[in-house]
Design a protein around this ligand. Structure first.
Ligand code: HEM
Length: 496
């Protein structure tokens, strides 16, 4: 039998010095005291003291895997170029490497993966034009439609700042004052609020983006990932049984599937709409609390993603990976969705704090090797290289008559939407907070509706009476049967 010790490498310090004794500190005699020039010990313990970076303020627990996206070359029955000039979509069979991070939102880094919570679905496409991040969730809508409310909705869902316990009263206090959350709550408290695992859930970009073609014409777009493993969810009772013994069942499930070669797949679909306000609709296409009805805006297949490789280090590839909604490639653009605009500042801002100002130099975040990164930005903590400045490294400014970097040609000109109007702080006009929640309620299977009512009343029964009453009123606006059943579950009398 071969000696397993024979292939072991020699332990060294981080300076490359071989370590002869890793069991004891340097001491005077065998009983101490210890000495200050204990370089190996001090380096080892002080690095350990710094092993953690701040966890993400949301989506702290996640699972990362690598894979590829294969384009169909078409979007529905049209060549992809009809809608977008983004290179990754143009040719049938074209493969683009991807890295994906699934996550839960509210719990900390070691929290349960069976929690009732939206699931993050963030995909980094490593394209020839640089990275494109699609930072989505499993549910298709969100609690709020303006980024200024994000700290508030998250505070209400996070633990109480005094008891450090997630408190239903705080959650429903906020939601009862936020009518646009009713659609999201109707999804979240149904079985869709606890996906069975990461393989059997869908993904959605949630916010509205734009696709731009070579002629500079834009359409509004929503992105969807359809699981080829089917969609399966858990009831609260099933989730409770899992989290009683395992807080990481979803990571275990997908890690093991990838290891055994059972590679999960998702098909990317888009919905498109002409780029205008669409006054004929009873909702605003830029409102992320709304679904674009499939019967009016059909799903158009774009390509298939396959995950085929697990990571080799959790910290480097999971803790330090950084996704952001501003990370777009030519041919995919922002819309005026007020959430999207706010998110786009927030992600890179938090990553400069959480990972460090040079987080884009890390291998997990930087563009793939054949993409040249050429900027005049340099310095900062933990910088280990300078971006390619061309032949003359002295010129770290632009423009220069001597050398340095130059701007890209006209084909990269950004989409130029026309905007005019009064600057103000005001809600959107077509709020329509209840009708899609009511439709969703009516379209559920009976058992899903029963589960929704049970889950809502279980938490609402722990809330103050005035909050219960407000929530019942909102649910009644969605659908009278919805309000009636929640009221009944809470023992509240409602007018016939
Ligand atoms: C993570 C902000 C809405 C999906 C994060 C993080 C922040 C943040 C600060 C932590 C990022 C990090 O530390 O790397 C916001 C703000 C929002 C918003 C300000 C609203 C204005 C949304 C919505 C979605 C979403 C609507 C779904 C489409 C995600 C995902 C992650 C995340 C998937 C985890 C990314 C990862 O796996 O690293 N968000 N978010 N967020 N957010 Fe949002």
């Amino acid at each position: 039998m071969s000696d397993p010790q024979a292939s072991k490498q020699i332990l060294t310090t981080r300076q490359g010095h071989p370590v002869h004794n890793n069991q004891q500190q340097r001491t005077v005699g065998s009983r101490g005291p210890a000495t200050l020039e204990n370089y190996h010990f001090l380096e080892k313990i002080s690095h350990f003291d710094r092993e953690r970076i701040p966890e993400r303020v949301v989506h702290a627990r996640g699972f990362v895997a690598h894979g590829e996206f294969e384009a169909y070359g078409t979007i529905g029955d049209q060549p992809a170029s009809t809608y977008t000039r983004a290179k990754l979509f143009q040719t049938k069979g074209k493969k683009t490497p991807v890295t994906i991070r699934f996550s839960t939102v509210i719990g900390g880094r070691d929290s349960s993966e069976a929690a009732r919570d939206p699931r993050g679905f963030a995909v980094k496409f490593r394209t020839e034009d640089g990275n494109w991040d699609m930072v989505g969730n499993n549910l298709q809508v969100f609690f709020i439609r303006d980024a200024i409310k994000f700290p508030d909705v998250i505070h209400s869902l996070k633990p109480d700042p005094v008891t450090f316990r997630q408190e239903p009263n705080r959650i429903f206090d906020f939601m009862s004052n936020t009518p646009e959350s009713m659609h999201m709550l109707t999804w979240l408290f149904s079985p869709y609020g606890i996906p069975k695992n990461y393989r059997t859930m869908r993904g959605s970009g949630v916010n509205t983006y734009r696709l731009v073609n070579a002629a500079g014409e834009g359409v509004l777009v929503k992105f969807h990932w359809l699981s080829q493993q089917g969609e399966h969810n858990l009831t609260q009772a099933e989730a409770d049984a899992i989290q009683a013994t395992d807080l990481g069942h979803a990571s275990k499930d997908i890690y093991e599937a990838i290891e055994r070669g059972d590679h999960p797949k998702w098909e990317l679909n888009v919905q498109v709409m002409s780029d205008d306000e669409h006054p004929e609709l009873d909702f605003d296409p830029l409102d992320d609390t709304k679904i674009w009805p499939e019967e009016d805006f059909p799903y158009l297949p774009v390509g298939m993603m396959t995950l085929n490789r697990n990571i080799t280090d959790h910290h480097n590839e999971n803790e330090q990976i950084a996704f952001g909604t501003g990370v777009l490639v030519d041919g995919i653009d922002f819309s005026d969705d007020k959430m999207l605009v706010g998110r786009t500042f927030s992600y890179s801002d938090t990553q400069r704090y959480r990972v460090g100002p040079n987080y884009l130099q890390l291998p997990i975040n930087r563009p793939r090797e054949d993409v040249q990164v050429s900027t005049n930005q340099g310095g900062g903590q933990m910088s280990y290289g300078v971006d390619n400045r061309g032949a003359n490294p002295h010129i770290n400014f632009e423009p220069s008559s001597v050398a340095g970097l130059q701007e890209a040609d006209e084909s990269y000109r950004e989409y130029r939407p026309f905007v005019s109007g009064q600057i103000m702080k005001a809600p959107i006009e077509r709020q329509n907070n209840y009708s899609q929640a009511g439709r969703r309620y009516r379209e559920m299977d009976d058992w899903e509706r029963d589960d929704l009512i049970l889950n809502l009343t279980t938490l609402l029964s722990q809330c103050d009476k005035h909050i219960q009453e407000k929530m019942v009123w909102h649910f009644s606006q969605c659908d009278s049967d919805y309000g009636r059943r929640v009221a009944e579950g809470l023992g509240i009398a409602v007018d016939a």
